[in-house]
Every structure is written in C-alpha cells, then in structure tokens.
Design a protein around this ligand. Structure first.
Ligand code: 1HE
Length: 268
C-alpha cells in the first residue's frame, strides 16, 4: 500500500522518494532511476520529510533504489557555484536529512545494489544495517571530482571501515566490489544479485517485532555510548538497561521465556 495520502509524503513522492508499507515495515524507495537516483536538493528534502513522517504503524524501515543502482550520490548537475556560507548550509541540509534516517523513530535497513557511491554511500552509512547484493560496488569519487564528502561521510564511513580505508578510497578512487565491501565492513550481509530488497524486508520485519525500547536503545543509545569515555558509557548503559527492563513489554517477554513460551536461541 502506497502511503502518499499525507501531503508531505505526496510531495516527497513527486520529488523522488516513495513510501510503501509492507506490514510493519516502511519501504522507502529512491525513484529517480534515469539519473541513477542521484540526490538533488529536492530529493534530499524528500528523504528528510519521509523519515520524519513515517506512519505510526512502522516498526522498522528499508531504503532501496529503483533501477540498476542504489544511488549515484550528489546530483553533480546541481553543483552550483556556491560561496563558503552557501556550501555550509547545503552540507548541513544533508546532515539534517541523513540524521533523520539515522536518528529517526525506527531502525533502518539499506538494500544495496549497483552503484553505492559518494552521497549514496553516505546515505547507506546512515542506515543501521546494510544488505548488499553481488552487483554492488562502493566508491567515494569526491576525491577525484575535486570535492569532499558533505553528507556525513567523514563521520560515518570511518566507523564502518576505519579512517585509513576511507582516506585510501578518496585519495585513489578505489572501488570496492560486493565481496570486498562485505569483508571490510561496508555491508553486514552479502546476498545473490536481485535479492537484497527481499532480505532487507525480511530483516526489518523481524526487527519490527522487537520491543520498541530495545530498538531505541540500539539505534539511539548504543552509538552514543560507543563515543563516550568508558566510564560515561557504562553509566549510560546502566541507565538505558534499567529503562528498557522496566518496560511492561520486557517483563512480559522474559516471563514468556521462563514459562517456556518463547523461542530459545538456535545454533546458527
Ligand atoms: C548523474 C549522476 C550524478 C548519473 N549526478 N547525474 N557521484 C559520482 O561521481 C558518480 C557519477 N555517476 C557514475 O559514475 C555513473 O553514472 C554510475 C556508475 C552511477 C552509473 O553508470 P551508468 O552507466 O549506469 O549510467 P550513466 O550513463 O553514467 O548515467 C545515466 C544518467 O544519469 C546520465 O544522464 P543523461 O541525462 O545523460 O541520461 C548521467 O549524467 C546521470 N547521472 N550519476 C548527476 N551523480 C554531500 S556531498 C556528496 C558528494 C558526492 O556524492 S560526489 C559523487 C558524485
């Protein structure tokens, strides 16, 4: 079911970001395939609006791209002559949009295929889980285009692959294929060509069955804890753990296990 009845979502769809609900999963689609889902200003605004206005029944989200590629990054045809101040505001508008992905109400799984380059990799990095199919390739061509990342890539990509690998990608134009991308940590799942979306929806459907506070702890508390000094991190962990365990849903889930009514952990 397409959710475009809300005027904000209607405008987003017109600007290249469509939202469909699949059960409890909000499936967000970049739909500008003729331009390889290149991100122009209208599309960035649409991404922000969609992730800030997910339907209340959404318990998780998936983001994917229409056509042969996930996303070709910044729309280079819009790279105007900006002065420094305008450049800062442009970059900050990307930060707001990708923060809406990363720090929104629900966990986000990115389904990757084809090009995941420049701003496309920045968008993928703002998601919580990345599922790539065998056609995926990753690059940061900003270095060779005489520009720099501006959509949060310098903060988020090194968290996935380390600063040295990101510098190498930008200095040399190195392209990682799907296998190497998974090996270095750009994606957590590698699946056959054409199956990334189905796998992402499967994972998101499962994620949506978690207690909402657990998902909140993992997407909002956990990244902050990882950035805190150890003593502060342990303190935040204790606060988050006590809040999560106090929720009635947590009590019910633990009780169900103790009464033999909940699934055991199965050997992988
Ligand atoms: C675009 C863009 C784009 C395609 N901006 N128009 N990103 C890049 O440097 C990547 C540039 N794109 C490519 O390297 C290739 O297009 C792809 C590898 C992604 C796909 O190749 P292919 O052969 O499937 O498509 P194509 O023929 O290159 O492109 C089809 C059309 O999309 C064509 O337009 P047309 O009007 O001639 O049909 C392309 O011009 C257009 N197109 N990519 C504008 N990126 C916040 S800072 C972030 C900084 C960055 O992201 S820099 C990296 C930019």
């Amino acid at each position: 079911m397409t959710h475009n009845s809300h005027p904000i979502l209607e405008r987003a769809a017109a600007n290249g970001v469509a939202l469909d609900m699949k059960g409890s999963v909000a499936v967000v689609r970049l739909c500008r395939p003729a331009k390889r889902n290149a991100l122009n200003d209208a599309l960035i605004e649409a991404l922000r609006d969609v992730f800030q206005n997910l339907p209340p029944e959404a318990g998780a989200a998936v983001i994917h791209g229409e056509g042969d590629h996930f996303c070709a990054g910044l729309d280079l045809s819009e790279l105007k002559e900006r002065d420094a101040g305008e450049g800062i505001h442009h970059s900050r508008s990307w930060h707001v949009a990708l923060n809406a992905v990363e720090q929104g109400r629900v966990p986000v799984v990115a389904a990757l295929h084809g090009a995941v380059v420049g701003g496309g990799l920045e968008l993928a990095s703002a998601s919580h889980i990345r599922v790539a199919d065998e056609s995926t390739f990753y690059a940061l061509p900003e270095g060779t285009r005489g520009i720099f990342v501006g959509g949060g890539g310098s903060v988020r990509v090194p968290k996935l692959i380390g600063t040295a690998r990101m510098i190498d990608m930008m200095l040399t134009g190195r392209v990682y294929n799907a296998q190497d991308g998974e090996r270095v940590g750009l994606a957590q799942y590698l699946v056959p060509t054409g199956t990334a979306l189905a796998k992402a929806i499967e994972l998101a459907t499962r994620i949506a069955t978690n207690a909402p506070l657990t998902n909140f702890a993992l997407t909002h508390a956990m990244p902050r804890i990882a950035e805190q000094p150890a003593d502060h991190g342990l303190f935040t962990e204790a606060l988050m753990a006590s809040i999560a365990q106090a929720a009635p849903e947590a009590k019910a889930r633990v009780r169900a296990f103790l009464e033999g009514k909940a699934a055991k952990v199965q050997k992988g």
